[in-house]
Write a new protein. Structure first.
Length: 389
């Protein structure tokens, strides 16, 4: 049976070049980067080289890059750290209704401790209106957090414009760029961000390592306490091999990102075209043009997404119905709900995300199997039979 992986938004395989660099670190760089001796300094050299690569790719200073365990930690640190540093009663945060749960659940946690949170609605394409962001600002606002691109529907948000608004009002601005890195140009100055979250495993690096960009002078409390690592802001022995892998994955982006994006666009567009031509009642979720190049989120009427996913899995096709972090939940996607997708479509949603290794043959096979599975499921659906009458 053919195996087709179309869940790159959840995670990507580690590139061989990245793995080779990590193996080099595993074998030869065993020192603690915080140690003062020769072996420790050698390890620190590898860590700092990776830090410099990441900083250069996003237009930052290396001293503004802080390594974390991943995007979720970075998001938590951004919100909790800014609120704690503000030392302000009734601190106010502005975010959107379609953020990753790492943001939304952290906001809920902060609300329980006295913060106020404004969750802005989005339009039918899943975008936030910058004017609504500005209207939501009040004297107690300490942070605006709007993602760069949505992890479910792929819509790219107007981050630079929102950042200009935040800067005008002297309010800190954070963006979750976990899904955007490698697919969208990231320049911290053009985006007007003060804090930015990343994760290595979305860009063909290892899991368990991420980073946060923190602009110099940004007031933020330490997230972890202990040693003096990461300029005394994030304690804990460095994950040297993970950091090395992250740096090498970013180097591959620096050399090839335009080629990767062109491939994603071509293969994703072909997949959507074939599905449109062969399956009726298909709704594209998210902005048709202003979206991540590898993302295709569709709702298919009169079928259940879980049944679709399981049926496709039996054909060797790996897709998702939304965020991997929500895969254990039977609740409808909060993102699609915010878009106003109708119930008969919202439950028949698939997120198909292509990657560097996705081939034309993979796409042809997937489109063919989606049609077969949808036809079979609809033949058993009383709702679809009623519609056909």
């Amino acid at each position: 049976m053919r195996e087709v992986y179309l869940d790159y938004a959840a995670t990507a395989p580690v590139e061989q070049r990245v793995l080779h660099k990590m193996n080099e670190a595993f074998e030869h760089v065993y020192g603690n980067p915080s140690s003062m001796h020769l072996i420790g300094r050698k390890a620190k050299g590898y860590v700092e080289a990776a830090r410099e690569s990441i900083a250069a790719y996003i237009g930052a200073d290396p001293k503004e890059i802080y390594f974390t365990s991943g995007g979720t930690e970075s998001d938590n640190w951004a919100l909790k750290g800014v609120v704690e540093a503000a030392k302000q009663k009734n601190a106010h945060i502005i975010t959107s209704a379609i953020e990753h749960h790492a943001i939304l659940h952290t906001c809920a946690y902060l609300e329980e401790r006295g913060c106020r949170v404004t969750r802005l609605s989005v339009d039918a394409n899943g975008s936030v209106n910058p004017q609504e962001v500005e209207k939501a600002i009040c004297p107690d606002t300490v942070l605006i957090s709007i993602m760069t691109a949505n992890n479910e529907i792929g819509t790219i948000l107007p981050v630079a414009e929102i950042g200009r608004i935040a800067k005008k009002h002297n309010i800190l601005f954070h963006s979750d760029a976990v899904q955007a890195l490698g697919s969208v140009k990231i320049d911290v100055n053009e985006m007007n961000v003060d804090l930015l979250s990343f994760s290595a495993h979305k860009i063909y690096g290892p899991k368990g390592i991420g980073a946060m960009y923190i602009r110099k002078g940004t007031p933020i409390a330490n997230f972890m306490h202990g040693g003096a690592q990461e300029l005394s802001k994030r304690a804990g022995t460095h994950n040297v091999t993970g950091i090395v892998g992250f740096g090498e994955a970013v180097e591959m982006l620096r050399e090839n990102d335009a080629k990767y994006v062109a491939h994603y666009n071509q293969i994703r567009t072909d997949l959507y075209r074939q599905i449109q031509e062969n399956v009726e009642d298909v709704l594209l979720n998210g902005d048709e043009e202003n979206r991540l190049p590898n993302n295709l989120n569709i709702s298919i009427g009169y079928v259940e997404g879980e049944a679709l996913l399981i049926s496709l899995d039996m054909e060797g096709i790996c897709v998702s119905t939304g965020s991997a972090c929500s895969s254990g939940s039977m609740a409808p996607s909060h993102v699609l709900g915010a878009l106003g997708v109708e119930d008969e479509f919202i439950h028949g949603t698939l997120r198909l995300t292509v990657g560097r290794y996705t081939t034309k043959e993979d796409i042809d096979y997937t489109a063919k199997k989606i049609k077969e599975v949808v036809d079979r499921l609809r033949a058993m659906s009383p709702l679809y039979k009623d519609r056909r009458k």
